[in-house]
Design a protein around this ligand. Structure first.
Ligand SMILES: NC(=O)c1ccc[n+]([C@@H]2O[C@H](COP(=O)([O-])OP(=O)(O)OC[C@H]3O[C@@H](n4cnc5c(N)ncnc54)[C@H](OP(=O)(O)O)[C@@H]3O)[C@@H](O)[C@H]2O)c1
Length: 222
């Protein structure tokens, strides 16, 4: 499949590498066509290419948004509405502000989310929020954490969520029962607001190889 990763940071590189290793034709997009990190990533890799955000958006059937949360809307504007129309975008970004040091704060929360802002700004884009609640190594290698643990998806287009779930299962190793559909894109408020909890658990464990898991009991009887 033709896939695109928007972003040249550690998340973009991790996701692009995993999808490329599965044989997909992956383009990594950034602001500049000659971005050195993107060029280094693509060098020597089969079916790997680089380009601008717009090039990458045109290339991919499914796009992964791995840009800085505070710059995501700008990156997508650079990709352009026409290139994004009718594409599926897995929004991995979190709206974190590190400018005042650690821990970062959420720049959008409670009554809105980055996922919703992206969906509102690009109504024809099929935004699927997902993978943002864990460290990037785990996104592409769930076996780093033993047993069952969950990846949380949400979005307005059920067909897009089904395609993303299939890719997560077939290419990244997620068990079907651990891919949880939380409903429409407003659920991104909750999944983005998990980040402060994630950061505290990371501080407690002092390493990032953990994840959230929904444990379900019997429904209460009336
Ligand atoms: N680290 C993790 O394990 C983890 C886990 C879950 C979610 N996330 C989220 O994943 C996203 C990516 O994280 P990261 O650490 O890999 O990368 P990052 O440093 O947060 O973002 C790098 C990307 O953002 C783009 N960017 C920066 N400023 C920009 C601007 N003004 N306009 C347009 N684009 C701009 C860069 O473009 P250029 O390529 O042109 O420089 C680059 O591609 C973040 O939103 C993060 O919160 C991270």
């Amino acid at each position: 499949m033709q896939l695109a990763v928007l972003g040249t940071g550690m998340v973009g590189e991790t996701i692009a590498s995993a999808l490329s290793a599965r044989g997909h034709a992956v383009m990594m997009g950034s602001r500049a066509r000659d971005n050195p990190k993107a060029l280094a990533w693509a060098a020597g890799r089969a079916r790997a290419s680089t380009g601008t955000f717009a090039d990458a958006a045109r290339h991919g059937e499914i796009l992964f948004n791995c840009t800085l949360g505070s710059a995501t809307l700008e990156a997508l504007r650079l990709a352009g509405e026409a290139a994004l129309a009718d594409k599926i975008l897995v929004d991995v970004a979190n709206p974190l502000d590190f400018s005042k040091g650690m821990p970062p704060t959420l720049t959008i929360c409670n009554t809105d989310s980055l996922g919703e802002q992206v969906q509102r700004a690009f109504p024809r884009l099929k935004v699927v929020k997902g993978l943002n609640t864990m460290r990037c190594d785990l996104m592409v290698r769930p076996s780093l954490v033993p047993g069952d643990h969950d990846v949380l998806l949400c979005g307005n287009d059920s067909g897009a969520k089904t395609r993303v779930a299939t890719l997560l299962h077939e290419d990244l190793g997620w068990k079907r029962q651990n891919i949880r559909d939380l409903g429409d894109i407003t659920a991104a408020r909750g999944t983005e607001m998990l980040l402060p909890v994630w950061l505290r658990v990371w501080g407690m464990l002092k390493h990032p190889n953990f994840n959230f898991r929904i444990v379900v009991g019997d429904a209460p009887t009336a």
